[in-house]
Every structure is written in C-alpha cells, then in structure tokens.
Design a protein around this ligand. Structure first.
Ligand code: ADP
Ligand code: MG
Length: 609
C-alpha cells in the first residue's frame, strides 16, 4: 500500500504557523516592533491604516540587513538570534523563534526595505503569499522598513473573523503601549489614518508612563524598588484610591518583556488588601529583572506567558516590597518630578454633600461709566448690521434676528461692560421675543438678551462656585446613555476622570463604549451626547492642565445647558432669568467670550429714522 504521509509544502506550513503567531493586525505590530528593538533601534515609527487591515508599516533606524539576510529573514526558523540550544536559556532578545516574518509573509503582501550602515545601497524585497515577487537594490535610509498590506488576504476565515476597526485598533494600541512602556529610552510614534496618536520621546520610565496615561498619573504613582539575588523589582503602583473596576492599568514586565501572570497578579492584589475594595483592581507598572536562565519564555507562541523557576520566592518579594512601599507612602507622599497642586482636595472633602453656591456680586460694579465713551468695533458692526437687516422695519422676521445675531459670533475681547445695572429701569418691563431673546428697557435705550447664552453664563458661574468647595450633584440616568469613543478620546476621558466625576459625570467603559450612568443634575438626558462631544473636543488638545480642565468641562456643561434652555415661553421665567443674569459680574459675555447682551441706545435708534 502506498504511503500516505507527506511533508507539507513550506507555504502551507507557514500559513499554519501564522495561525498561532499572527492572530490579528496587533500581532504583526508587536512582532515587527520587537524585531526593530532587537535590531538596536532608538527610534521606531508605526503607521497604521484602517486598523491594520489595509496597512501596517514599521520604520526603524536599527542595524538593517544585508541583501542576503533580507531574503533569508522570510524563511521559516530563520533567525540571527539563536545559534545553539543553550542560547534559548540565555535570551536577551525579544525574538528567537524565527517564525514571525515567515508567518506574516505567508498571509500578506510585504515590502521590505533595509540598509546597513556599511552598505552603499539598500535592498528592496516584495513578497506575496511566501513568493518573492521583487528583489532589487533601492535607495533608503539606514535601518529597516516593513510594509504589510492586505493582511489575511488568502485566509478569508481569519479576515472575516476580525473585529471592527475600533476594536482592532485598540489591540494595536495595547501592544504599542506595552512595548513603549518596556522601553522608555526608545522614541516611538504611532499614526492611524494619517493622524498622530502617540509621539513618545525618549525619556525615563516615570515620564513615559505619564506620557502614555496622562499628566495626572504623575501624582498617583508610588515607586517600588527592591533588589534581591533572585529578582530585582522596580516600577510603580497606583495609589490605592485610583484602583479601577477594570484591569486596564496592569503592566508586568520581565527583562523588558510584557507578560501576564495570574499568580504574581495575586501577590500584587494581596499587597493592596484592606486598602481597596475587593471588586477593584489595583494599577501597576512593575519591571522584574531576572537571570534569563531562570525563566522560560518559550512556552507560548506569542511569548506572553513565561515560566519562572523561583516563582514562589518572587511572589513573596513582590508582595512585601509593594506592601512596604504603600506603608511608606501613607506616611510620606512620594517625590514627584512635576507636582501639580491645583484642585487637589483631601479625600474627606470629596465625600461631603453639595452645598448651595454663593454667587459673587460686586455692588461697586459700575460698567456703565465706560459705555458711551466706548465706540467699539463691535458696536459699529452691530450698527451696520441693523442697517443691513433693516432693523426698525415694522415686520421683523426671525431670520432677520438670527443674522443680526451672527454679528455677535466674533470674540469679545474688549471691555465687556455694556450698561449700568441701575439703568435698567424696570426689569418687570422685560418681554420674551420668539422665546429666544429677552428685550428690556434701560435708561439710554434697550437691551436684547440671548436667553441660551444667559442660561449658559448663569450655570457656569453657579457650577464654578460650587465645584471648588464640593462635588457637583450628579443625577443618575434611568437608562445608562451609551456613547462610542475613539481610543484617543477614551484616553483623554479616563485621564480626566477624577474631575469629570467631581462634576457629576459617572460611567464605565466596556471596550470603547462609555456607559454613562449619571450626569450633572442640571443636564437633561438628551443633552448628554452633545455635551460629551463638546467636552471631548475641548479636552482632546494635548497638555490641557488640570486647572483648565475643570474650566473647560464646566463651560461645556453650561453650553449644553444653555442650548437645552434656549426657548423661554413663560414670562416669569424670563424675568427671573434677567434678574439672575444681572447678578453675575460677567453678565455681558459667555464663558466662551460670546456676547450675551446687545444694546440699542436712543441715539442709535434715532439715526435709523
Ligand atoms: P526572530 O525575531 O525570532 O529571529 P523573525 O522572523 O521575527 O524571527 O525575524 C527573522 C530575522 O530577521 C531576525 O532574526 C533578524 O535577524 C531579521 N530582522 C527582522 N526584522 C528586522 C529589523 N527590523 N531589522 C534588522 N533585522 C531584522
Ligand atoms: Mg521576531
């Protein structure tokens, strides 16, 4: 009988191996960045399109490869890192299995450009489904660039199995953050669809953590340092009060390699016993250094599981060093490289109930003095606007009013004082126009007040006054509002979480979806989406500092509230609005600098006739 067993052709063997090593675009990113690190690079650029489904490009400035190696690197079990079996027990490199490139080349279209310092020209190799389709000399700078396109193009089952771009990109960011945290001395950048997501300059560990997790993380880190014959540990844990409901901020490294380990995680969690609630997870960034011969990295194709010869001792050392550091921290706060103090309130204060705000009124305030003297450009614009819009004609359409008000969109930077409070003859003489504007007589003419903006100013002042002394009252939503965030927006939201919670926003993330369970009491549920959009727009600028952050969030809430209250139908509400507005020192402009009040003096009116 004929023999049935045959050796698999290489390209099939490679595809099978790819199934183990390359599960999704993020696996390619991980393997390629690791190769770049092994090549001694100090700058690594990651460029992604469509969550890696269209393009993954990794550019490094490492050693590069000779033209022979450039071809060889795609062979299975081709590696420059292990020569003999013993090397496996003294690994100082990330890679050693010689599988990644062969696997990737079997299931994608790959272009490699690489150049060593000692070579005149670079080598370019294109490979598709394990077949070399181009091998030529080219011009390129020192180092290596890998472009991986159409991942899983010949493995439809894998391609169809991929999740949404948001989910796949989150996996890429996770891998990127893990290597970036393991190598703070290397500069990393990450671009997605032409947008820069991360730019991480070479730095020290603490700053790298802060650059990734946000400025306010700096205040939350407790340093851990321990040196024994078995293991050296350094890094940080997050102060117990910043423990979270999800495992997001748990990073464990050994010899600069990220790994997961439930046994060690248990030791760390145990060190926090009594300091955090049992349902919460402590945050940590811990780096173990161990003799490579005492660990086995080769237990899993993706190398995130590692066997430790002396795991029991390491467990005990981890536990005691963290426990000790937490004890020390309770007595003396940690030394920070850049301590921020604004809005740092003691925990006991945070628990107090909200108290009514005191609205500051300056009885001496007499802005009217400057009113007549001041013929600002906005006044001129306003006069010409009334001419153009035919203000004063008997029938004013609403659109006339709207375009009239567009003039006010310009930022008010000049003196914002417009009139004397005492000159408002009789507030009860106010009336609402089309539900959007209030018209009130004053000594020298009359005022038109934009109701939405008046509401915005009033709520802003109120929240601002209240927020400084105690948290803003939150209102639980009957049904949590769901909102999808980009990875970047999520990072900004999480970084601002303490202040957001203090201002009444409560919610948890499930992947990139925020389940918002409470909003500031003044907001209606339907305003929460636009309000979050406004907040994200404002906080997504890099380097918003803590003081500005509260201001930006409160101004977004006030803006959303203003829009929600843009129509006034009830006359008594209108009177109340005018009265309350005039109690504010800054009744003339919104926190965004938009005019709330327009005036028309008798003289200006006379000119119209
Ligand atoms: P491994 O990393 O396990 O050795 P890989 O398949 O990832 O296997 O890579 C194969 C070989 O290709 C590496 O051993 C290395 O010699 C070479 N190589 C891969 N990427 C780079 C790079 N960015 N710069 C220089 N050499 C590289
Ligand atoms: Mg490798």
């Amino acid at each position: 009988m004929q023999n049935l067993i045959q050796l698999l052709p290489d390209h099939i063997a490679n595809q099978i191996a790819a199934g183990e090593v390359i599960q999704r675009p993020a696996s390619v990113v991980k393997e390629m960045i690791e190769n770049a690190i092994d090549a001694g690079s100090n700058k690594i650029q990651v460029i992604i399109k469509d969550a890696g489904k269209t393009l993954i490009q990794i550019i490094d400035n490492g050693n590069g490869m000779s033209s022979g190696d450039a071809l060889m690197c795609f062979e299975r079990h081709a590696t420059s890192k292990v020569r003999k079996a013993d090397d496996l027990f003294a690994l100082t490199t990330k890679g050693f299995r010689g599988e990644a490139l062969a696997s990737i080349a079997a299931i994608a279209h790959v272009t490699l450009k690489t150049k060593r310092a000692e070579n005149e020209v670079a080598t370019k190799i294109q490979i598709e489904g394990s077949k070399v389709v181009c091998n030529e000399a080219c011009v390129s700078s020192e180092g290596t660039s890998f472009e991986v396109k159409n991942l899983f193009y010949n493995v439809p089952a894998r391609r169809n199995f991929l999740k949404s771009d948001n989910v796949e990109f989150r996996h890429i960011v996770d891998e990127f953050e893990r290597v970036a945290l393991a190598h703070p001395d290397i500069t990393f950048t990450l671009h997605h669809n032409e947008q820069e997501i991360y730019h991480l300059p070479s730095t020290v560990l603490r700053k790298r953590i802060v650059n990734i997790l946000g400025k306010n993380t700096n205040d939350r880190l407790v340093p851990i340092e321990e040196s024994t014959d078995i293991v050296k540990i350094n890094g940080y844990v997050l102060k117990p009060e910043f423990a979270r409901k999800t495992r997001g901020e748990q990073f464990l490294f050994v010899n600069q390699r990220f790994f997961k380990d439930s046994y060690f995680n248990h030791a760390i969690t145990k060190a926090f016993e009594g300091l955090i609630q049992s349902k919460l997870y402590p945050g940590y960034f811990l780096y173990l250094e161990i003799d490579p011969s005492k660990i086995d990295v080769n237990v899993h194709p993706t190398k995130t599981e590692i066997k430790f010869e002396e795991d029991r001792s390491i467990y005990a050392i981890l536990f005691s060093s963290i426990r000790q550091a937490l004890g020390k921290y309770n007595i003396a706060p940690s030394l920070d490289f850049e301590r921020e103090t604004s809005f740092d309130l003691p925990m006991s204060k945070l628990k107090e109930d909200a108290i009514e705000p005191v609205i500051r009124v300056n009885p001496e305030y007499n802005p009217f003095q400057s009113f007549n003297a001041q013929k600002s450009s906005s006044n001129k614009a306003y006069s010409s606007a009334i001419n153009a819009q035919g203000f004063g004609k008997k029938e004013n359409s609403e659109s006339d009013w709207q375009s009239f008000y567009q003039i006010k969109e310009e930022e008010v930077t000049a003196d914002t004082s417009l009139f004397d409070l005492s000159s408002v003859k009789d507030i009860s003489n106010s009336f609402a126009f089309k539900g959007k504007y209030m018209i009130t007589a004053c000594k020298s003419g009359f005022l038109v007040i934009d109701c939405a903006r008046a509401h915005e100013r009033i709520l802003f002042d109120e929240m601002h006054a209240r927020f400084i002394s105690s948290p803003i009252q939150a209102q639980a939503l009957l049904f949590p509002v769901e909102k999808e965030f980009s990875k970047d927006e999520k990072v900004h939201w999480i970084n601002s979480k303490t202040i957001l919670e203090r201002l009444g926003f409560e919610g948890e993330f499930e992947d990139n979806i925020l389940h918002l369970s409470a909003v500031p009491a003044s907001l209606q549920e339907e305003s929460s989406h636009p309000c979050i959009d406004m907040i994200l727009e404002k906080i997504s600028y890099k380097d918003v500092d803590k003081g500005d952050l509260a201001h930006l969030i409160i101004s977004s809430v006030a803006q959303a509230y203003g829009r929600q209250k843009s129509r006034i139908t009830d006359e008594s509400a209108a009177q109340h609005l005018v009265e309350t507005l005039f109690q504010s020192e800054e009744h003339a402009v919104t926190p965004q600098g938009k005019k709330i009040i327009q005036t028309l003096t008798l003289e200006e009116l006379a000119e119209k006739f």
